[in-house]
Design a protein around this ligand. Structure first.
Ligand code: SF4
Ligand code: SF4
Length: 353
């Protein structure tokens, strides 16, 4: 089955598409001024080059501050829950998360299943958020994506007593005009943000393992400052900015599993050697079992979905379909015209390659 998670943040919109337990597509773009338009474009970008149509997505969960504005979402969850779920998928040992977003910062505790057990949020002040760092990068005339590495080259960081967006901006400008190196200004600001993040983390329970999520965690200089302050090496996932979207997609997956949603299940894969898929439409399947009895490769087995008996392709066979199934034509030739598709009067089985 295919699930999508959409995370409409204040600065960036993210989406992830998963099939069972594998990320098959992801996308990040600016949120822009119109959340609905952004949501629609995001979905189109997400499905680009996947060969998957919107109607083939079984369930979509939205998260982020703009989650209620995603017109095609089946439901929504808070970004706190989504980040905990997402990080738990990558690192089940993580118990403390610092989510640093575009306009707020959150400290979160979660349990071994990715359920939120405690959180605290700083959304009253822009200091230390993505927007704040964008502003500082503009003032110093340094590309945003370079400020992390630049700060690591500092030979003597400038202490900042505040990261109040207004005061820190004018202080940074004053130092810059005095000829202080950008690397020293940035290193000082990162340290001030790290101190503030540490104070936020202390208000929940700072337990191992620890992770940082959100777009700001791509800033290597800030991550280094936080690591030093917290005295704990954070576990960073492949793209920490996507963590909320992945978490939302996992909520979609769990929702379908617990509700026993019957939908079109596609099995198989494609790789360099080609592709082969068998689709069972569980909404049509009546569990008659004819396909189970006649398949010479014994690919089908029964499963209960939502209290109803349907069939699925056996777990161990899913990655070997091209070698196990000889294909409709050849299978029919060998078996006097009898194939799974032929015996299924419900038209629930399709083969594609
Ligand atoms: S085409 Fe034949 S081998 Fe392939 S799944 Fe159907 S019955 Fe089994
Ligand atoms: S033959 Fe068709 S209806 Fe019968 S169990 Fe197989 S898929 Fe379901």
């Amino acid at each position: 089955m295919i699930y999508a998670g959409v995370d409409i943040g204040s600065r960036a919109a993210k989406a992830a598409l998963i099939r069972d337990d594998e990320i098959i597509s992801s996308v990040i773009r600016d949120t822009g001024a119109e959340s609905i338009k952004t949501s629609n474009q995001l979905l189109s970008d997400l499905l680009d080059n996947t060969g998957i149509k919107p109607e083939e997505i079984d369930y979509i969960v939205a998260t982020g501050y703009g989650r209620v504005l995603v017109p095609y979402a089946n439901e929504n969850v808070s970004e706190i829950s989504a980040h905990a779920k997402g990080i738990n998928w990558y690192f089940p040992s993580v118990r403390t998360i610092l989510d640093m977003g575009g306009q707020d910062c959150k400290a979160i505790n979660c349990d071994e299943n990715g359920n939120v057990t405690n959180f605290i949020m700083n959304d009253k002040c822009a200091g230390g958020t993505g927007r704040f760092l964008e502003m500082i990068a503009e003032v110093l005339n340094v590309p945003l994506e370079e400020i992390g590495e630049l700060s690591l080259q500092s030979g003597g960081k400038i202490p900042f007593n505040t990261i109040c967006a207004v005061f820190a901006k004018s202080e940074a400008l004053r130092y810059s005009r005095k000829g202080v190196a950008c690397s020293d200004i940035l290193a000082g600001l990162h340290e001030a943000i790290a101190t503030r993040s540490y104070n936020l983390l202390k208000r929940v329970s700072l337990e191992t393992d620890f992770s940082i999520t959100g777009g700001i965690s791509k800033n290597s200089g800030l991550v280094a400052s936080i690591t030093e302050k917290v005295q704990m090496e954070p576990r960073l996932c492949e793209d920490p900015q996507l963590c909320g979207a992945i978490g939302a997609a996992l909520f979609a997956r769990d929702k379908c599993a617990s509700a026993g949603v019957r939908a079109k299940m596609q099995y198989g894969y494609d790789d360099a050697t080609g592709s082969y898929y068998i689709t069972v439409d569980e909404g049509l399947c009546d569990g008659c079992g004819k396909c189970v009895g006649i398949c010479p490769a014994e690919l089908f087995s029964y499963v209960q979905r939502g209290g109803i008996k349907v069939v699925e392709i056996k777990e161990g066979a899913r990655k070997r379909l091209p070698t196990l199934c000889s294909g409709i034509e050849m299978c029919g030739d060998k078996n006097g015209g009898i194939t799974c598709q032929k015996v299924c009067s419900a038209n629930a089985i399709e083969h594609s390659w």
